[in-house]
Write a protein that binds this ligand. Structure first.
Ligand code: PLP
Length: 414
């Protein structure tokens, strides 16, 4: 790729942002045919049945009570102390893994991914994630001089391919002293997959097995969707399995308030480490703070204060959780409708159980997606499949879309 003035530094910029491009097409279709005749399944946010962004009114009330100084003042680099105190509860709930926990505020879950790669891998290192992944992982890794490699996420039985993950980790560790693995669950983006309880056990056993080789493993649990992974309490039950790891394993959880508290634009998140060693936790605090200073400096103060306020007030917290419960149901109903309609249409999807997205694997995904445009259905072709944001479409649309995708795949691929 040629640059005029900028230094390329290995950036591969593939023209206009794909999601942005398709969402522009969807907007044009809405202008032409009306909102009710267009399915815009491109948006990674929870929308109501009219296509409007859902914002938790309980969180809005908290924000409205903030004083100008609370909005305007800088936050400390590692986060407002009251926010850092509630971060373990916000991320882990009642399922805190055993170990020393240290925290650092980050601008959304994205900041955690950036800081984890920057602080726990070396320049030129390979970072590992699944073959279905949120594309910014690759952008973040390459922006700071790392490479991203992937393992096949699912085995032949549509379960988690733990054997494949282990093989790939060992392969990478032949050339590196340490590895960062990014594991997005529950309610993985883009597939909606959540490992079964036994799979979590096998995953933890595999990490311990690999760690026995002596090299350092940083395992980032990207839990950005944990509050919309079905029941948000049950969704956290697996977390204690990640306690009591060997001391050459560092667990990092990436908390995001973007989805769970509808704070998307307030850029509020945090990273939490779990380690059996206090000195490693202390170092985590120092190094992540330094890395933050050298990138975004501090994070939005008001988002942190709002969360601290909510988690320190039982009545307020209940109000937020109650309001969210209704949204969990909205999403669960859409999810079930999509599942039933896929089964009826004989459409093979990636295994899914919850979350904002469903992925339909197919050949020629760009052509299949374009075929869907003719029916005013707009998803994202993500390379090897189509991603449908069930978070952004109605239950009725979830019933209609699978049949249309099956038809489009038949038309394009025969
Ligand atoms: C897989 C995944 N991880 C992390 C994030 C972090 O998002 P944010 O930085 O908005 O909190 C997202 C947001 O879409 C995501 O899809």
């Amino acid at each position: 790729m040629d640059y005029i003035f900028a230094q390329g530094n290995g950036r591969v910029i593939t023209g206009k942002d794909k999601i942005f491009g398709v969402s522009q097409l969807a907007k044009a279709a809405i202008a032409e045919h009306g909102r009710e005749n267009v399915t815009n399944a491109t948006i990674g946010a929870l929308l109501d049945d009219n296509g409007d962004l859902i914002v938790l009114s309980s969180m809005v009330d908290v924000l409205k009570e903030m004083s100008p100084a609370e909005f305007a003042e800088y936050a400390p680099i590692a986060g407002v102390p009251a926010y850092r105190e509630i971060l373990p509860q916000a991320a882990f709930g009642d399922f805190r893994p055993d170990g020393y926990i240290e925290t650092c505020a980050t601008p959304g879950g994205t900041g955690t991914i950036r800081n984890t790669i920057s602080c726990f891998s070396a320049y030129g290192d390979t970072v590992l994630t699944s073959n279905w992944f949120w594309s910014p992982y690759n952008i973040i890794a390459s922006e700071i001089g790392r490479k991203l490699d992937t393992y096949e996420m699912f085995n032949d039985q549509d379960g988690l391919n733990i054997e494949g993950i282990e093989k790939k980790i060992l392969e990478i560790l032949e050339n590196q002293d340490s590895i960062v693995v990014i594991f997005n669950a529950p309610a993985h983006n883009p597939t909606g997959y959540t490992p079964a309880d036994a799979e979590w056990d096998e995953l933890v056993a595999m990490i311990k097995r690999v760690a026995a080789g002596g090299k350092k493993i940083t395992f980032l649990l990207d839990i950005a969707y944990i509050d919309f992974a079905g029941d948000s309490v049950k969704a956290r039950e697996f977390l204690p399995k990640f306690g009591n790891m060997p001391d050459n394993v560092l667990i990092i959880a990436g908390f995001s308030a973007s989805k769970g508290f509808t704070f998307y634009g307030l850029r509020t998140g945090g990273m939490l480490c779990v380690t059996p060693r206090k000195d490693i936790a202390d170092e985590f605090g120092r190094v992540t703070s330094f890395a933050s200073r050298g990138s975004w400096s501090n994070c939005t103060r008001v988002g942190q204060l709002a969360l601290a306020k909510v988690f320190n007030d039982d009545a307020l917290l209940k109000k937020v959780f109650d309001e969210r419960k209704a949204l969990e149901k909205l999403l669960a109903d859409r999810c079930q409708a999509f599942k039933d309609a896929s089964a009826a249409a004989g459409l093979r999807t990636c295994p899914f159980s919850a979350g904002f997205f469903v992925t339909i694997p197919c050949d020629n995904d760009d052509a299949v997606n374009e075929e869907l445009f003719k029916d005013n259905i707009f998803g994202i072709a993500i390379g090897g499949g189509i991603r449908i944001a069930i978070s952004a479409i109605t239950e009725d649309a979830c019933r209609m879309v699978p049949g249309k995708i099956a038809e489009a795949i038949r038309k394009v691929n025969g």
